[in-house]
Design a protein. Structure first.
Length: 202
């Protein structure tokens, strides 16, 4: 099994991202009854789940000796504008589906996904908040083929505002991970990015 997309030339990556779009779409069609981690705790509303998640991230950052005031600012904005978050319905989220979590056939001419693994962060929530969606949006390269099989994202004002909240949540987790890896510059870079996001959602 090949664990890395980079074992194939970039000219073939589009096929991989289209497959990833199909897989992600199939996961996101599964409906739930509540919001939050599949393993619990779950919440009656999406805004409650997101606010609780942001609060937990802030606590973890502070326990690591990092400033988390900006994360708490975003959490307050999420609570204040809860009606925008609560326009969504609970769907199954992969939580962590990305390149390292896929297995590829070693005898295929183009990247062919055979399995996905390590999905221990599954949630019930808005599909737009899933890590896979976040990573697809980061670069305008072959990964944009994902949308051809997944479907185009909602570009309404409400959806864009929610996506900003989701990016702030992801960024808080990224900050903590960079700290654990000893990436001091990476940690510091998250503060400027978070400041820009906080200004949008306030």
């Amino acid at each position: 099994m090949k664990l890395r997309l980079r074992t194939h030339p970039p000219s073939m990556w589009s096929a991989y991202y289209r497959q990833l779009g199909e897989i992600t779409r199939s996961v996101h069609t599964v409906r739930g009854r509540n919001f939050g981690p599949v393993a619990g705790p779950t919440y009656r509303t999406w805004s409650e789940a997101i606010t609780a998640s942001l609060d937990t991230i802030a606590v973890d950052l502070e326990a690591a000796g990092l400033d988390a005031d900006d994360v708490r600012t975003v959490a307050a904005a999420a609570a204040r504008h809860h009606t925008v978050l609560d326009e969504t319905q609970p769907r199954l989220l992969t939580g962590d589906l990305w390149l390292p979590n896929t297995l590829l056939r070693n005898d295929a001419r183009e990247p062919t996904i055979t399995d996905v693994h390590d999905l221990d962060r599954t949630w019930w929530g808005d599909p737009a908040s899933d890590w896979t969606i976040r990573m697809i949006k980061t670069k305008p390269d072959q990964r944009q083929e994902f949308w051809e099989s997944y479907g185009r994202p909602d570009q309404s004002d409400a959806a864009i505002w929610r996506s900003t909240i989701y990016e702030a949540r992801h960024l808080g987790s990224v900050r903590l991970e960079r700290h654990r890896l000893g990436n001091r510059d990476g940690v510091q870079n998250t503060y400027a990015s978070m400041a820009a996001l906080s200004a949008i959602v306030a």
